[in-house]
Design a protein around this ligand. Structure first.
Ligand code: ADP
Ligand code: ADP
Length: 225
């Protein structure tokens, strides 16, 4: 599992400072929930880690190697967003295997890896379906499988289940926790749901206005007077 270090990260959009000298540490194999009010810089921080957003200042290392110069597809990082953003014209298996296909991996290996991941996320039998034939929970399972297919060392989740109903959310976070445990992937989970964070994470980091304003185990963070 990978150690992630973010130091003195700054991201500005014009006059708005979205991320304001942020420091963040993710221990190898840890599961961290990132919480804070809307607009506090959670998505921007994930965007920097994923390589979708270039910072104005700061460093990001994965296992002591800087990743800021690496393009998104070369980073050992998987990303799941609130909306699954699947290719509508590709079936489930092709959506999951897309990254390997782009990387020029032989078809036989793609099939084997996709089949393994389909099982892990419990989508057995749904490989030939198109995204529009799936439920919201199934779509997010596809997005998870796609994000994990290349065995990233870091998994980033940006409110992945906030559009699902409460029962399904519980089921999905249990699935994410199990995948984290099985694959040993260092995980950063953005949520605004405190109960979700307490249920799934080992550590909680609180952001406000682009800065870290608290952190610790869920018990420490939520039982302090
Ligand atoms: P969160 O994920 O915590 O809701 P964001 O990271 O999305 O917060 O946004 C942090 C701040 O940066 C907000 O003030 C938001 O309006 C601003 N912001 C985010 N992305 C952009 C963008 N592409 N252009 C301009 N401002 C942005
Ligand atoms: P094509 O001839 O268009 O390359 P294939 O014969 O390779 O299509 O695949 C046909 C079907 O097999 C797909 O539509 C999909 O349902 C299934 N499939 C494709 N890729 C995979 C995969 N990686 N793992 C499991 N099933 C797959």
């Amino acid at each position: 599992a990978a150690r992630v270090r973010v130091r003195d990260l700054v991201v500005r959009f014009g006059a708005t400072t979205a991320v304001d000298h942020l420091d963040l540490d993710l221990e190898p194999g840890s599961f961290t929930a990132l919480l804070g009010p809307s607009g506090c810089g959670k998505s921007t921080t994930l965007g920097v880690l994923a390589g979708l957003q270039h910072p104005d200042a700061g460093t990001v290392t994965v296992d002591d190697r800087s990743v800021l110069e690496s393009p998104p597809e070369q980073r050992p990082v998987g990303l799941v967003l609130q909306k699954p953003l699947l290719f509508p014209h590709l079936d489930v298996a092709r959506n999951i295997g897309f990254g390997l296909r782009m990387a020029g991996v032989p078809r036989s290996r793609e099939r084997a890896e996709v089949a393994d991941m389909v099982q892990r996320v419990r989508l057995e039998g749904l490989g030939p379906r198109r995204p529009h034939e799936l439920s919201g929970g199934q779509e997010q399972r596809v997005a998870l499988a796609r994000a994990l297919l290349r065995r990233p060392r870091v998994l980033l989740l940006d409110e992945p289940f906030s559009q699902l109903d409460p029962e399904l959310r519980v089921e999905m976070r249990t699935l994410v926790r199990r995948l984290h445990d099985e694959l040993g992937v260092t995980t950063l989970f953005v949520t605004h749901d405190r109960e979700e964070a307490v249920d799934v994470a080992d550590r909680v980091v609180l952001l406000d206005r682009g800065r870290v304003v608290g952190g610790g185990t869920p018990e420490e963070v939520y039982t302090r007077p």
